[in-house]
Write a protein that binds this ligand. Sequence first.
Ligand SMILES: [Zn+2]
Length: 185
Amino acid sequence: MNLTLILGPMKSGKSFDLISRFAHLKYAKIPFGLFNSARNVRDKQIFSRNGGLELEARKVGSLSEIDASKFKIIGIDEVHMFDERDSLAVERFLRQGVDVVASGLDLDYQGRLFGIIERLLELGPKEIRYRQAVCEKCQSTEAVYTQIFKDGQAVLSGLPPVVPEDGSYEYKPLCRRCFVKDIKV
Ligand SMILES: [Zn+2]
C-alpha cells in the first residue's frame, strides 16, 4: 500500500538499492515479484550492474499484466521504460494493499521528467530516494542527468522513440554544469 521511488541518472546504483530491499525477502516467507520492461533488451535477467547481488526479474510489456494478488510487495526496475498509463496499474496495486518499490531514471535525455515518473509522483510516495552518479565529464560526484551521445555529440532533440541498442547511442551520467540542454525545449 506504500510506494517507494528510487530515482536518479544512469549508473547511480538505483538497481542495487532496489534489489538490496528484496534480497532478504528471498529467505522470508513474504511473496514478492520483481519486474522490468520487455523493452529492456540489455539486461537478460536483472538488474544491478554493481556486481554481486542478483535477483531474477520477469519481463513484462505492461505493468497491467501483473497479477498483484499473488504478492505482498512488487519491485519494478527501469520503471521509466513503461508507458505513462502503466501508472494506473501501480495505483491499483497500492489500493489492493501491495507495497511497490520502483526504480528508474527520473529525467530523460532533455532533462525533463518522464511521463510515468510524473504520474507516480502524483500517487503520493512514502519515500523518494534521489541518487547521484559520478559525472563522466568532470568526475564530480553530483551527476543528476543522463545525456545521450551519438558519434561523440550530445543528442539534444529528435531522439527516436525506440533507441537502437546496437551501441550507436551512448548514455552518460553528467552533472548540471556539464549537461547540455536544448534551449528551445
Ligand atoms: Zn560534470
